[in-house]
Write a protein that binds this ligand. Structure first.
Ligand code: CA
Length: 497
């Protein structure tokens, strides 16, 4: 009898021991916007309000900011695929090698160059399976780890992790339980339901047609709204199942094609903006409405206290938009306008009022942070370049000696480069003519004064650090046509033969 009682107690103990932590696991929503610049919101991320902050209406971002931490120096890569692969693998572009945008298997979007030949980058994107040529095989993909730990994992919107006809094109293959409208392409055919979200209207290829939302075809509904309705339903299903969820709410908006969200465009036309800019501003407000609708749904489901939000964009605003002033450059460039993005974190019980944090963080840090929230930090592979930002959100002091690395050895649209930030200093190395640019971001956020000639020692130190990093990681570089060899490393080293 005593033995039976002991066994029963032991059983109860084990049950409690296994169930309790699961119940406490927070829901995590990563709200990822596409191509949204640092200034394209009414929430100021700069030290003062700018004319761009005045242009945009994002009341729900303001609402999130009221109980959130604003990161004023948050970074991503300067374009889509590299940032997205970084977010769910915790690796930087040197490590994952998906340095440019992906779409078709074994095809690069790059053009010809007079001086350089293409680098051998991973043009097939992320792969959950080994053996796919020119892809980044990585077993510990974030949604996969979360799913194994009991999370219901939901992807909604733009995926763009792997090229078409590879396993990485389908979010279901990389650990998501649910895939709402994600596939290989990095943009939608159309944002309009009455155009069936298809690229037919602009004579585009059907590779851009958004999959899986057929029930909205023919309707006057915006893609952003349809995704929000579906994401909210998926969250509700997870709650009903009694599971914590991870929602990767990855909007197609505000990426091209810049089509109006008809619900919001009038006020921007009336304010005197041209058609493209008015359409774009309406897309920003459309994104913001989605954020508000998801926040409302979380509240209605009674899970607000146990649901964390991370808001982020994947790169700066593109050149066709208003300049990212006071930042220099735009999407695809090495400058801050390409890489600095808006980011906020709302962590109930921890962020209780607006706080601003000026410590640099980068998109792959979401990987370590989400794992820590889920109690899974021990699963993070050592070789990743992902630092949890939870200590920063809790207001703890964090060392500033981390080096941030960007790597774009590609021949698409902008000249290839690698760059490094350490403290307030940033060094950019351009592969085409092997010149360096040095900026002090604290004194010169607009990267106007290139100090490379004035401070050769600083250039040397940072170039050595960047060179070391790239060599150790066996980074791919473009090839000099004149020699048939890769361009020398940033510190001038040539490979030994
Ligand atoms: Ca993007």
């Amino acid at each position: 009898m005593k033995k039976l009682l002991f066994l029963a107690l032991l059983f109860l103990f084990i049950q409690c021991g296994t169930e309790k932590p699961n119940k406490q696991k927070p829901n995590i929503i990563v709200f990822l916007v596409d191509d949204m610049g640092w200034q394209e919101t009414s929430v100021p991320f700069h030290i003062e309000k700018t004319s761009l902050n005045e242009r945009f209406h994002t009341p729900n971002m303001e609402r999130l900011a009221e109980k959130g931490m604003l990161f004023t120096q948050a970074y991503a890569s300067a374009l889509c695929s590299p940032s997205r692969v970084s977010l769910i693998t915790g690796t930087n572009p040197v490590q994952h090698g998906v340095t440019c945008w992906t779409l078709r298997r074994n095809k690069s979007p790059e053009g010809m160059n007079r001086i350089l030949d293409k680098a051998n980058w991973n043009l097939n994107g992320l792969s959950p399976e080994p053996g796919i040529d020119r892809s980044f095989y990585f077993p510990q993909i974030l949604p996969k780890l979360l799913k194994q730990a009991g999370y219901h994992t939901i992807h909604a919107g733009k995926a763009h992790f792997g090229a078409k006809d590879t396993p990485g094109e389908n979010p279901l293959n990389i650990g998501f339980d649910v895939n709402i409208a994600g596939h290989a392409a990095g943009g939608p055919g159309s944002y309009h339901g009455d155009k069936n979200f298809s690229a037919v209207w602009r004579r585009g290829s059907d590779i851009w047609d958004v999959p899986g939302l057929e029930k909205y075809h023919g309707q006057k509904i915006n893609l952003t709204e349809a995704l929000t309705i579906e994401a909210n339903a998926a969250m509700e299903a997870a709650v009903q199942e009694g599971k914590p969820f991870f929602l990767h709410m990855s909007h197609y908006t505000v990426h091209a094609p810049w089509e109006a969200d008809r619900r919001f465009v009038k006020k921007y036309v009336d304010s005197g903006l041209n058609k493209t800019l008015a359409n774009h501003a309406s897309m920003i407000e459309s994104m913001d409405k989605s954020l508000g609708d998801i926040m409302d749904k979380v509240k209605a489901l009674g899970i607000e206290r146990n649901t964390i939000f991370v808001f982020i964009s994947d790169n700066g605003a593109p050149s066709q938009m208003t300049p990212n002033l006071p930042l220099r450059g735009h999407k695809l460039t090495a400058y801050e306008g390409g890489t600095r993005i808006p980011m906020m974190v709302k962590w109930p019980g921890i962020t209780t009022e607006t706080k601003r944090n000026n410590h640099p963080v980068i998109i792959q840090d979401i990987y370590a942070s989400v794992l820590e929230w889920a109690g899974l930090s021990e699963l993070q592979p050592k070789l990743t370049d992902s630092h949890s930002f939870l200590p920063l959100v809790k207001g703890e002091t964090v060392s500033s000696d981390r080096r941030f690395i960007w790597h774009y050895p590609n021949l698409y649209d902008q000249p290839p480069y690698s760059s490094i930030r350490l403290g307030d200093w940033k060094l950019i190395y351009f592969y085409t003519d092997q010149h360096h640019e040095l900026y002090n971001l604290k004194e010169d956020i607009g990267e106007i004064n290139n100090l490379a000639k004035e401070k050769p020692e600083k250039v040397q130190n940072l170039a050595a650090s960047l060179g070391d990093y790239l060599r150790n990681a066996k980074a791919e570089r473009p090839i000099l046509k004149s020699t048939g060899e890769p361009v020398p490393w940033p510190d001038g080293y040539l490979d030994e033969n």
